[in-house]
Design a binder for this molecule. Structure first.
Ligand code: NDP
Length: 315
């Protein structure tokens, strides 16, 4: 016998980054009385960056934490019910959809907005933690501006790494691209751009084993051809260390029910946040392998709430 308490709602939002909060603002203003669960990292990835300077409307920039607090307040002002809690199980076999929170409570919802974001991959070095917010970043678009006329390194050999290296090359004096293989995995066009940019130096067959610096990153310890007989230790002087070795979309909980691509990003009907399950929408980075910006996440959260409202008119 199921003894878990059940609560009913018309609109449930999972995730509290710009996508989730924006969906909550729009859904609340449409009188859907949304319930939002903040998830594992309240405020999402932006709470781990420093200042956000590219979100329109903040001419002086704003800290990621502050922006998320503002979005939360704005959602609550219109009646969104923002709660601490983690979705632990989802059942989309039939509407109303069932979502278990913290393993101890169930919500039945007519619409579900899934906005759980993505998590940047790190190498797993203790120094990445040690220098978090002090020179280590996983977003060149967010933090690159702080490295004007400085030296930086980007780790990775895919399209993201090349794109980030090119972006940083327009700001920094030198960009080291640290690639573990003897070749780039990125598309030909990106490879050519990287190779033709004079201030990008590609370090093939290099692995990072540590970072150093007194009050922030001042350099990285690399090993060339690690594990081979001719392995070589190399140190580079840098001010910023950027990871671009991929992101993991946080879709595991729902991937049994909605279509995802081969890397786990939720597939949506192009130009909309609609998944293949009626009334279930995906917003923000969990469905976006390409842009991953606060502004694009917020926009898709808005679209998801409008879609939820329209869907509810017809059920
Ligand atoms: P990818 O998975 O394509 O590339 C990841 C890169 O990181 C690879 O070079 C990989 O090395 C390297 N890497 C992974 N783990 C480690 C590690 N532990 N140490 C060192 N290096 C590591 O991810 P991307 O984010 O670059 O791209 C994801 C998808 O998005 C791709 O399909 C890409 O084409 C697409 N994309 C398209 C863009 C565009 O069209 N403008 C822009 C950005 C992304 P290795 O090769 O050795 O496995």
């Amino acid at each position: 016998m199921n003894t878990i308490p059940v609560e009913k709602t018309r609109c449930l939002i999972i995730g509290s980054g710009p996508a989730g909060y924006t969906a909550a603002i729009y859904a609340a203003r449409a009188n859907l009385s949304p319930i939002l669960y903040e998830g594992i990292q309240p405020g999402g990835q932006l709470t781990t960056t420093t200042d956000i300077e590219n979100f329109p409307g903040y001419p002086e920039g704003v800290s990621g934490y502050e922006m998320m607090q503002d979005l939360k307040k704005q959602a609550m002002r219109f009646g969104a019910d923002v709660r601490i809690g983690i979705a632990t199980q989802i059942d989309l076999s039939a509407a109303p959809y069932k979502v278990t929170i913290d393993g101890e409570k169930m919500l039945e919802t007519d619409t579900l907005i899934f906005a759980t974001g993505a998590t940047a991959k790190y190498l797993g070095l203790p120094d990445e933690q040690k220098y978090a917010g002090m020179g280590v970043s996983a977003c060149a678009t967010c933090d690159g501006f702080f490295y004007r006329k400085k030296a930086v390194a980007v780790v990775g050999g895919g399209d993201t790494a090349c794109e980030e290296a090119l972006y940083l090359a327009s700001l920094a004096t030198i960009v080291y691209l640290i690639v573990r293989k003897p070749y780039l995995r990125a598309s030909k066009v990106m490879q050519e751009r990287v190779m033709n940019t004079p201030n990008i130096k590609v370090l093939f067959e290099h692995n990072t084993v540590g970072l150093f610096g007194e009050n922030g990153v001042e350099g990285a310890h690399l090993v060339k051809r690690m594990g081979e007989e001719d392995e070589e230790k190399v140190d580079i002087q840098i001010d910023g260390f950027f990871l671009a070795i991929g992101h993991t979309p946080n879709s595991g909980l729902i991937s049994e029910w909605v279509e995802t691509d081969e890397t786990g990003y939720i597939k949506t009907v192009p130009g909309t946040p609609r998944t293949n399950v009626p009334g279930v929408f995906a917003a923000g980075d969990v469905a976006d392998p390409h842009y991953r910006q606060a502004i694009t996440a917020a926009a898709s959260g808005c679209m998801a709430a409008i879609e939820a409202e329209r869907y509810l008119l017809h059920v």
